[in-house]
Design a protein around this ligand. Structure first.
Ligand code: IPM
Ligand code: MG
Length: 367
């Protein structure tokens, strides 16, 4: 069996706890003969700052570049609140995204039937929800220059971030969205603010142009603020939702919460397909490092385990193993297993590692 090179970057906070469950799942996949990996580990974020004085070393970046895929836990936490902006924990993650060219961030928001009551929204609004947010990840205001705080003659300050998009950047993310829509229900909504932003004007224009090659897909343009409202009003109207880096950051947190918990959502960050047909890829939960619950064994490992499932599917073409793992998660939830974040009142929650074990039991049962 092909052995794939996987780099694990657990990061900070609950990152290492949820990654430990992924390592158990990887062991089970191997034992079942479903997938084999050569595992490497390195540091990112605050843990790398503690060890090396920066949130991502050149060696770790080189390792990431050489790996077939990367799994990342989470970065950041109050412990590093005072480090210089340039070396804050998040800068490690942003450098990985930028330097590896991971421009397409897929964030599926799926509401598991067993969890429809865990959502803040009414069951009928979220039951069966299946949205794919396609977030542009290497452009926009996250990386635009100038990005600075300067001091004015009167001693007060002026802060600037720059929102920049080029035709090529919008085209490639639009293609990702339309290609995905073809494999789903054939609908794309594109969110921007062309009513106030020049980058929104160009975004809308380019997405419309790219759409001309996809007559089988329907395209709707929506203003990003309206989109946020629609997501909590009638979320099931969306299938594929394509948007820029900053709007995607915000809208994906909203979409995540529709499903019951931030602890449920995986994501894939993909680069361009190269001549050999492969692409760089990093998989990570949408949730953050959750420092308030770190080390307590409360964290929900499902987003991290779901990220491994996405990795099997998108990086290695192991769709069958991914299906088995995802259905193991569905059955585990259906059996009533709940970590704290998704436990209804009166239900005793299980720990991070008990959830991992329960999923592995279901996986072994099905395989
Ligand atoms: C995300 C996170 C990151 C982002 C942070 C940790 C830099 O919120 O992946 O959504 O803003 O992109
Ligand atoms: Mg975010």
């Amino acid at each position: 069996m092909t052995s794939y090179k996987l780099l694990l970057l657990p990061g900070d906070g609950i990152g290492p706890e949820v990654m430990a469950e992924v390592e158990k799942v990887i062991g089970a996949l191997d034992a079942l003969g479903l997938a084999r990996f050569e595992i490497e580990r390195d540091l990112v974020g605050g843990s790398a700052i503690d060890a090396h004085g920066k949130p991502l070393t050149d060696e770790a970046l080189a390792r990431a570049d050489a790996a077939d895929a990367i799994l990342l836990g989470a970065v950041g936490g109050p412990k590093w609140a005072d480090v210089a902006y340039e070396i804050r924990p998040e800068a490690g993650l942003l450098r990985l995204r930028k330097d590896l060219g991971l421009f397409a961030n897929l964030r599926p928001a799926i509401c598991y039937p067993a969890l429809a009551d865990a959502s803040a929204l009414k069951r009928e609004l979220v039951e069966g929800l299946d949205i794919m947010i396609v977030r542009e990840l290497t452009g926009g205001v996250y990386f635009g220059e100038p990005k600075e705080i300067t001091t004015l003659p009167d001693g007060s300050k002026r802060a600037v971030d720059t929102q920049v998009y080029t035709t090529a950047e919008i085209e490639r993310i639009a293609h990702v969205a339309f290609d995905l829509a073809r494999k789903r229900s054939g609908r794309v909504a594109s969110a921007e603010k062309h009513n106030v932003m020049k980058s929104g004007v160009l975004w809308k224009e380019v997405v419309t142009k790219v759409h001309a090659d996809y007559s089988d897909v329907t395209l709707e343009h929506v203003l990003a603020d309206n989109c946020a409202m629609q997501l909590v009003r009638r979320p099931k109207q969306y299938d594929v939702l394509v948007t820029d880096n900053l709007f995607g950051d915000v809208l994906s947190d909203v979409a995540a919460m529709l499903t019951g918990s931030l602890g449920m959502l995986p994501s894939a960050s993909l680069g361009a397909v190269d001549a050999k047909g492969s692409r760089k890829a990093l998989y990570e939960p949408v949730h953050g490092s959750a420092p308030d619950i770190a080390g307590k064994g409360y964290a929900n490992p499902i987003a991290m385990i779901g990220s491994l499932a996405m990795c099997l599917r998108y990086s290695f073409g192991l769709g069958e193993a991914a299906d088995l793992l995802e259905s193991a998660v569905t059955r585990t939830l259906a059996s009533g297993a709940r970590t704290r974040d998704i436990a209804a009142e009166g239900i005793t929650p299980i720990s991070t590692s008990e959830m991992g074990d329960a999923i592995i039991r279901e996986l072994k049962h099905a395989a």
